[in-house]
Design a binder for this molecule. Sequence first.
Ligand code: MG
Ligand code: MG
Length: 249
Amino acid sequence: MITIKSDAQIDYMRKANQIVRDTLNLLRDHTKPGVSTYELNRLAHEYILSQGATPSFLNYHGFPASICVSVDCEVVHGIPSKKKILKEGQIVSYDCGAIFNGWHGDAARTVGVGLISPECQQLIDVTEQCFFKAVNSIVAGVTRLGDIGYIIQTYAESFGYGVVRELVGHGIGREMHEDPEVPNFGSAGRGIRISEGMTLAIEPMINMGTERVDWMSDGWTVKTRDRKPSAHYENTIAITSNGIEILSL
Ligand code: MG
Ligand code: MG
């Protein structure tokens, strides 16, 4: 069931998402060679609490940390660890969620560690562009979910990239994952129409090579099957009477 949010409810979600955005900016600013993903998780955890919010990922289905940190070929759901030390030239995806007054925010960014290759920079840029091309196309009451997937998929594939199939965007509100699913692939003109009051987390996960992924034995980490790099870019958006608002920017 898709839940429609009032302006007051979207206000709470705006606050949750601003905390997520600021946490991601903090993580970006602390991304450098030599830092452990454990330390980055600690920074994020303390910042979210300092804002009067709760890190929604911690203990979510047993996830053991407050953020997901996924390096290079890790697509999503990487577990922070003292043993994982960032190195120059890597790319790192941060996925962060927070709950404020019972309402969720969810967003993700991929950033380079020090100097990265032009190929990795392009992957990061195109993944971000996928999000904006899709979101900028939305006309409330007209655009369908399939249009979103179609735009993301055709743009990513025009660079020879793979679009992850097993993981998708989602509705968000009182729960982190609500209906509908928002795939990053699909056919134009298919699926339900996007309408006023919906709040969606749109999150392209784009692989430099194959779209195929493997699930690791830790029960969480997802890697590209060819172990080439992957990038992730996510924001929570609200469809309001004033148009599309990106709550986590
Ligand atoms: Mg997320
Ligand atoms: Mg999400």
